[in-house]
Ligand binder design. Structure first.
Ligand code: SF4
Length: 87
Protein backbone atom coordinates (compact mmCIF):
# COMPACT_ATOMS: atom_id res chain seq x y z
CA UNK A 1 0.00 0.00 0.00
CA UNK A 2 2.52 2.60 -1.10
CA UNK A 3 -0.30 5.11 -1.53
CA UNK A 4 -0.23 5.58 2.26
CA UNK A 5 3.15 7.27 1.93
CA UNK A 6 1.44 10.09 0.03
CA UNK A 7 -1.52 10.39 2.41
CA UNK A 8 -2.36 13.93 3.49
CA UNK A 9 -3.43 12.66 6.92
CA UNK A 10 0.13 11.66 7.79
CA UNK A 11 0.76 15.26 8.83
CA UNK A 12 -2.45 15.51 10.84
CA UNK A 13 -3.50 14.57 14.37
CA UNK A 14 -4.82 10.97 14.25
CA UNK A 15 -7.57 11.94 16.72
CA UNK A 16 -9.15 13.90 13.90
CA UNK A 17 -9.71 10.67 11.96
CA UNK A 18 -10.03 8.29 14.91
CA UNK A 19 -11.43 10.37 17.76
CA UNK A 20 -10.77 9.14 21.30
CA UNK A 21 -12.58 10.04 24.48
CA UNK A 22 -16.07 9.97 23.02
CA UNK A 23 -16.65 6.23 22.83
CA UNK A 24 -20.25 5.48 22.07
CA UNK A 25 -21.01 8.78 20.45
CA UNK A 26 -18.57 8.62 17.54
CA UNK A 27 -16.68 11.58 16.09
CA UNK A 28 -18.19 15.00 16.51
CA UNK A 29 -19.51 16.81 13.47
CA UNK A 30 -16.63 19.29 13.66
CA UNK A 31 -14.02 16.50 13.78
CA UNK A 32 -15.69 14.77 10.85
CA UNK A 33 -15.80 17.96 8.80
CA UNK A 34 -12.14 18.73 9.53
CA UNK A 35 -11.05 15.21 8.61
CA UNK A 36 -13.10 15.28 5.41
CA UNK A 37 -11.50 18.62 4.46
CA UNK A 38 -8.08 16.96 4.69
CA UNK A 39 -9.33 14.04 2.57
CA UNK A 40 -10.67 16.38 -0.13
CA UNK A 41 -7.16 17.63 -0.84
CA UNK A 42 -5.52 14.21 -0.49
CA UNK A 43 -3.87 12.88 -3.67
CA UNK A 44 -4.66 9.26 -2.79
CA UNK A 45 -8.29 9.64 -1.77
CA UNK A 46 -9.60 7.19 -4.37
CA UNK A 47 -7.13 4.48 -3.40
CA UNK A 48 -7.87 5.04 0.27
CA UNK A 49 -11.63 4.78 -0.22
CA UNK A 50 -11.30 1.66 -2.38
CA UNK A 51 -9.11 0.04 0.27
CA UNK A 52 -11.56 0.92 3.04
CA UNK A 53 -14.51 -0.45 1.08
CA UNK A 54 -12.64 -3.70 0.45
CA UNK A 55 -11.58 -3.96 4.11
CA UNK A 56 -15.15 -3.89 5.42
CA UNK A 57 -16.55 -2.19 8.51
CA UNK A 58 -13.95 0.01 10.20
CA UNK A 59 -13.99 2.97 12.53
CA UNK A 60 -12.81 6.35 11.43
CA UNK A 61 -12.69 8.53 8.37
CA UNK A 62 -11.25 6.85 5.29
CA UNK A 63 -11.31 8.27 1.77
CA UNK A 64 -13.39 11.20 2.97
CA UNK A 65 -16.20 9.00 4.29
CA UNK A 66 -17.51 7.92 7.67
CA UNK A 67 -18.17 4.30 8.56
CA UNK A 68 -21.90 4.86 8.05
CA UNK A 69 -21.34 6.42 4.61
CA UNK A 70 -19.19 3.47 3.55
CA UNK A 71 -21.84 1.05 4.76
CA UNK A 72 -24.43 2.85 2.63
CA UNK A 73 -22.10 2.65 -0.40
CA UNK A 74 -21.76 -1.12 -0.08
CA UNK A 75 -25.41 -1.98 0.56
CA UNK A 76 -26.87 -3.97 -2.25
CA UNK A 77 -30.54 -4.26 -3.14
CA UNK A 78 -32.19 -7.49 -2.01
CA UNK A 79 -33.01 -9.59 -5.10
CA UNK A 80 -36.64 -10.59 -5.61
CA UNK A 81 -37.36 -14.18 -4.65
CA UNK A 82 -37.80 -16.53 -7.68
CA UNK A 83 -41.43 -17.42 -6.95
CA UNK A 84 -42.55 -13.88 -6.28
CA UNK A 85 -44.50 -11.95 -8.90
CA UNK A 86 -43.37 -8.37 -9.22
CA UNK A 87 -45.26 -5.67 -11.06
S1 SF4 B 1 -8.22 10.12 1.86
FE1 SF4 B 1 -8.20 10.93 3.93
S2 SF4 B 1 -7.95 9.15 5.28
FE2 SF4 B 1 -7.42 8.52 3.20
S3 SF4 B 1 -5.20 8.74 3.06
FE3 SF4 B 1 -6.12 10.64 2.29
S4 SF4 B 1 -6.25 12.01 4.04
FE4 SF4 B 1 -5.90 9.95 4.83
Amino acid sequence: MEWRERASCQAEDPDLFFPVGNIGSGPTLIQTDEAKAVCRRCPVREQCLAWALDAGPMDGIWGGTTEQERQAMTRRPVPASPGRVTP
